[in-house]
Design a binder for this molecule. Structure first.
Ligand code: RM4
Ligand code: MN
Ligand code: MN
Length: 396
């Protein structure tokens, strides 16, 4: 029988699952160029294969986020192929991500484009994405919009808000009862003067107006520097409007760095707010934990394993906060005591317990080492290198 803290870690690990993105295995870069990796995935089958490796080694990534434009070559007609791959590689399709930004028609926006013909096309793509999700039994459709403007006075901001309201409502009306739409916000990039859904408050208002199956998606990289993300998380939880996360880390802007590489305490604080909420409410928060990272310098599969294990460790640490002690300390305004409870949990080395949990599940105790020893990377590098080094045109 594991000791008390080990049991708490075990309980937290039993339930923690995190989704990995198909685009994290593809050759990507910055706007200045790409550094190609010979083992990068370029087909949907390769992405499933790589995601299957991450899941086989960590045991906590049963689903893969899919991007409609990059992963469904023939749109709805690709569904059968994708479903077959899921069976073959042991990972299920997770969130479905429409693409309302890459096509030339979206130069001036999608849902907020002043041209009704463009809005219609965006609505059609959204409807197709919902149908793809339905056929794959994926619950969540995650919407991220680049809509915005680059110069003052060039866009009617209020009118664009109204257009977003209309299009999101029309999209919500197409959801099956068990589906959800997640609305992601981002303050800037690629629009650099105003972005239509710039922050969590705007996403919240739009989600509320869209309908009961719309929730907010928090991408940790989509905030101004020093913003208190865990407070946003706490407010969205209190409003029952937190739908999911895109996890990554950042130093400056939307850097998409490995989770916890810059500020692991922040991730811990986010998990703490969630687990504290669940403890107080006596029920689980219905949150989709997802990673949104695409590594251009690190090995893609290694970086994904590193990210997943970091998320797992930080979640387990957050589960060690002693709420029975925290509540009275907060009430008594015993600041040092309350803060120390968080710090003690954060300082606890949970890795031995996590290793023990993995062993109990028949998983490798050190997934990264197991990956390095598996020979998988050598094999795919050999198989994929010719194609990778000759073609590197699209983002993913
Ligand atoms: C955006 C946002 C979206 C992601 C794209 C590629 O910044 O985070 O979620 O799909 O990048
Ligand atoms: Mn994102
Ligand atoms: Mn982003």
């Amino acid at each position: 029988m594991p000791s008390q803290p080990t049991q708490q870690v075990f309980d937290s690990l039993e339930r923690f699952r995190i989704e990995i993105p198909s685009w994290g295995f593809a050759n990507t870069g910055t706007r200045f160029g790409k550094f190609l990796q010979s083992g990068a995935a370029s087909t949907i089958e390769e992405k499933f294969s790589d995601a299957g490796q991450v899941h086989a080694l960590t045991g906590i990534c049963p689903t893969i986020a899919l991007h409609v434009l990059w992963d469904f070559e023939d749109g709805l007609r690709s569904v059968a192929n994708v479903a077959a791959l899921a069976g073959r590689y042991g990972v299920r399709p997770g969130s479905i991500n429409p693409n309302l930004f890459q096509d030339q028609i979206y130069k001036y926006g999608s849902f907020a484009n002043p041209d009704p013909a463009v809005r219609d096309q965006a609505l059609k793509h959204s409807a197709d994405s919902i149908a793809i999700a339905r056929d794959l039994r994926s619950r969540d459709i995650s919407f991220w919009f680049t809509d915005g403007s680059n110069y003052p006075g060039t866009a009617n901001i209020r009118q664009r808000k109204r257009l977003f309201d209309e299009c999101l409502q029309a999209t919500h009306a197409r959801l099956a009862p068990e589906q959800r739409m997640l609305i992601e916000y981002k303050p800037f990039e690629p629009a650099f003067y105003h972005t239509d859904i710039a922050d969590w408050g705007m996403a919240l208002l739009l989600a509320r107006a869209a309908g009961p199956q719309a929730k907010v998606l928090v991408d940790t990289g989509h905030h101004y520097a020093s913003q208190n993300i865990e407070q946003i998380v706490a407010w969205l939880l209190a409003e029952n409007m937190l739908g999911g996360f895109h996890f990554n880390d950042r130093r400056y802007a939307d850097d998409d760095l490995t989770l916890g590489s810059i500020d692991p305490y922040q991730v811990f604080r986010i998990f703490h707010e969630i687990l504290f909420f669940e403890w107080e409410e006596g029920q689980r928060a219905d949150i989709a934990y997802m990673i949104d990272q695409s590594h251009n310098l690190k090995g893609k599969i290694e970086a994904m394993i590193q990210t997943v294990t970091m998320a797992q460790n930080l979640f387990a640490k957050a589960a060690l906060v002693d709420y029975e002690q925290l509540v009275p300390a907060q009430k008594a305004c015993d600041l040092v005591r309350a803060e120390s409870l968080l710090q003690d949990a954060f300082a606890t080395d949970v890795r031995p317990a996590v290793r023990e949990w993995r062993a109990s599940k028949g998983l490798p105790e050190d997934p990264l080492k197991a990956f390095r020893q598996s020979g998988y990377l050598d094999r795919i590098s050999l198989e994929r290198s010719a194609r990778n080094l000759s073609s590197a045109s699209s983002y993913a």
